[in-house]
Each structure stands twice: as C-alpha cells, then as structure tokens.
Design a protein around this ligand. Structure first.
Ligand SMILES: Nc1ncnc2c1ncn2[C@@H]1O[C@H](COP(=O)(O)OP(=O)(O)OP(=O)(O)O)[C@@H](O)[C@H]1O
Ligand SMILES: [Mg+2]
Length: 376
C-alpha cells in the first residue's frame, strides 16, 4: 500500500532582496495506491519542485505530505521509502552496472546474498543481465536509462518518482522505453508519479494526469476526460496536438436558437448555430463575449460530411495544406481567426483556395474569456 496525499503544499524559494519565488502555490493532490499519475505543464510550473519535496530533497515551505497516513514532511529522504529517477541518470561512472544497482542496498546494509538475488532479478526484468559488468560509459543512452530505473526498482520502494526520465533519449527509443515503463508499472503494482513535458507520454502512460501552471494545479483527470472535458482554456490549449482552435466572439439569439458570432470587424463574421448542449451552456450570456473552442478533428471538409447540422458550415480560406499521409492538416483563415482542420488524407487541397467547412459541435466547448473557465 502506498497512497500519497498532498495538502496545501507550498514552496517558496528564497530570493535576495525579494519576497521569494513562489514555485508551488498551495496544491492539493492525491495519488492513489498503485496509481500512475503524470504531472505535466510548461517549463518552470513547479513539477520538479513538487517531486523533490515528496522525495525529501527540498524543504517544504507549507502544507503536508502523507504516505499511507503518515506525515513525512520532516522524515529524512532515505527513510521515506521512495525512489527517484532523474532526467540525467547520474549513474556512478567508476562503478559497474552491478555495483550501481547494488549501491543503495549496500548503503542500507542488506545481506550480500539478498543484494545478489535482487540485482539478478532486476537485471532479468529489464533485460540488462549481459551488461552487469560494464561501466556506464560503455552503455548506450537507453541502456543507461534502464540501469537508472533498475537502481530505483531494486530497493522495492513504496513510491516511484520520475522526473522526465526519457528526455535524453531519441524519439524512437522514447517510445519503446515509454511502453517498458508502463509494463513495469503493471508488473510491480507500484505507486508512480511521473513528470513530463511531453503530452503524448502524459496521455499514453497516465491513469490520471495533473496539469500544472505557474505553481497551481489546473485540472486532475484521466487522459480522455482531460481531452474531452477540459476545465479551462489552459488545459484545452495544452492537451492535444495540433491544439484546440479558439475563436473569440459573442453569443446572439436568432429566433429560438443561440448562435456564436465571431468577433470580426473586417469581413463577414463566422456564425455557428449552437446545438442544444452548447445552447444550454450559453443561456444567459446573450450579447456577452465567449471563446468558442473546437478541436482540429471536429472541423471537416463539407464534402465529406453527409448531413451537417444547419448553421454549422462556413466558407474559409486555405492558407497552407500539410499532407501527413493518413490525414491532412489544413491551416485555415476565417477573415478574423486562423484555425486548423485535421481532415482525412488523400484529397489534395490548394492553398488560397476557398473551402466549405463544417464545425461538428458534439465535442466543441465554450469558455468565459475573463475567468478562462469552461461554461458548463
Ligand atoms: N533553487 C531554486 N531557487 C530559486 N528558484 C528556483 C529554484 N529551483 C527552481 N526555482 C524556480 O521555481 C520554479 C519552478 O521550478 P521547477 O524546477 O519546479 O519547474 P519545472 O516545472 O520542473 O520546469 P522544467 O519543465 O523546466 O523542468 C521556477 O520558476 C524556477 O525558476
Ligand atoms: Mg523540472
């Protein structure tokens, strides 16, 4: 059992002549026993600081961290039963792989026979048995990474912390190592907290994802919920590639129906008739500014949509077309907004051509431009 509960956790780094850098801003987060939780967010948002406080490598400025009910705020790092894997693997260069794996256990005075047994188990699990007598400099990046993970596993800790462990690997190796870590999580049944910049890693590895920004938590949810029901503009724009399109405008009523009208002073504005779901959300906002959010895959070439809902089509300009094979990204312009459509590959599109598109509203969103929150 290893449930990690973080409450009102704060980190303020001292700063000469200033109030200090508020790196983590009173966050609450629970990582369930055996959960794989991914922490994502832009550079400097406080991911590593959070991890380092859990590991005990950084003093806590406020709040509590509990593991299985026990407050560990002041427990020494070595007594926390946590293992951390860093971006730069920091293997001991003068030691063989075997000694690197065994080091933590020796330090904790495990009997030699048990150390031997555990090192062999872990080497087998990670497929690094043939490398046990080599020094780190004689290993590839991927092999070094596996040794670093092995060094964490060999201690059988309650909680694993990973801080961008794959960012030094090339693209292909990242993908295979990513699946290896996921498999390892399933086999070890351990609680893991994994930091990454990479939203594909976040989406594919996490049971849940915690999105951070400027020391605050923006949303915590399973990957697809985060994708389908982002709580705010930040999460909506951060998860998904190419990102969600945002159009600024207002809500108007046209008879019984509500319509999103793009803010556009030059040309004729886009008008998108809202379906029932979005109308319910926009009710009470007639005449007020909103942000309309729609993912690229929900903007389609009208020729490929059999019965578009009335009022959901528009003619726009194609600025650039990027054929990717299975799909094509179309960079479009409405006259006021640039946005992206992700359509099936195959058809050829000319840039500067006009295109009739359909906005498919099932997964579209409306946001309040002031609070940046999704309307619900
Ligand atoms: N030792 C320190 N002293 C002062 N400020 C620090 C210190 N370490 C980090 N910070 C600041 O705290 C904030 C959070 O840093 P942190 O390293 O946690 O970010 P991160 O989310 O891990 O970013 P990255 O994705 O770039 O690794 C940043 O503004 C950073 O400049
Ligand atoms: Mg970091």
């Amino acid at each position: 059992m290893a449930k990690v509960v973080i409450e009102q956790l704060v980190k303020i780094y001292p700063e000469k002549g200033g109030p200090g850098v508020r790196a983590v801003n009173s966050i609450d987060l629970t990582i369930e026993d055996r959960e794989f939780m991914v922490l994502v967010g832009p550079s400097g948002c406080g991911k590593s600081t959070t991890l380092r406080m859990i590991a005990g490598l950084e003093e806590i400025s406020g709040g509590t961290i509990r593991i299985d009910g026990r407050v560990i705020n002041t427990v020494a790092p070595k007594d926390r039963d946590i293992a951390m894997v860093f971006q730069n693997y920091a293997l001991y260069p003068h030691m063989s792989v075997r000694d690197n794996l065994a080091f933590g256990l020796k330090l904790r005075r495990f009997p030699a026979a048990e150390i031997d047994q555990r090192v062999r188990e872990v080497a087998l699990l990670l497929g690094i048995e043939p490398l046990l007598d080599r020094k780190p400099k004689a290993l590839s990046g991927g092999q070094r990474q596996r040794v670093a993970v092995g060094r964490a596993i060999v201690r059988k800790p309650k909680v694993f912390l990973f801080d961008e462990p794959l960012s030094n690997l090339d693209a292909k190796l990242r993908v295979t190592t990513r699946t290896e870590i996921s498999k390892l999580h399933a086999r070890l049944g351990a609680t893991m907290l994994y930091v990454t910049h990479d939203q594909v890693e976040a989406m594919t590895m996490g049971d849940r994802i915690c999105v951070m920004k400027d020391g605050d938590i923006m949303q915590v949810a399973p990957p697809l919920e985060l994708y389908r029901r982002p709580a705010n503009l930040f999460v909506a724009g951060f998860i998904g590639s190419p990102p969600m399109n945002f159009l600024h405008g207002t809500i108007e009523s046209a008879g019984a129906q509500l319509v999103f009208v793009e803010r556009n002073t030059a040309a004729a504005p886009l008008r998108i008739a809202l379906d029932e779901r979005l109308s319910t959300r926009a009710a009470g906002r007639i005449g007020q500014p909103v942000v309309f959010g729609i993912r690229p895959e929900d903007v389609n070439d009208a020729l490929t949509v059999s019965a578009p809902a009335p009022g959901t089509t528009a003619e726009v300009t194609i600025e650039v077309s990027e054929p990717m094979g299975a799909e094509t990204y179309l960079y479009l312009h409405s006259g006021a907004h640039a946005f992206i459509a992700r359509v099936r590959g195959g058809a050829a599109f000319d840039s500067t051509e006009r295109l009739k598109v359909v906005f498919q509203l099932e997964n579209a969103h409306l946001f309040d431009p002031l609070t940046e929150r999704a309307l619900s």
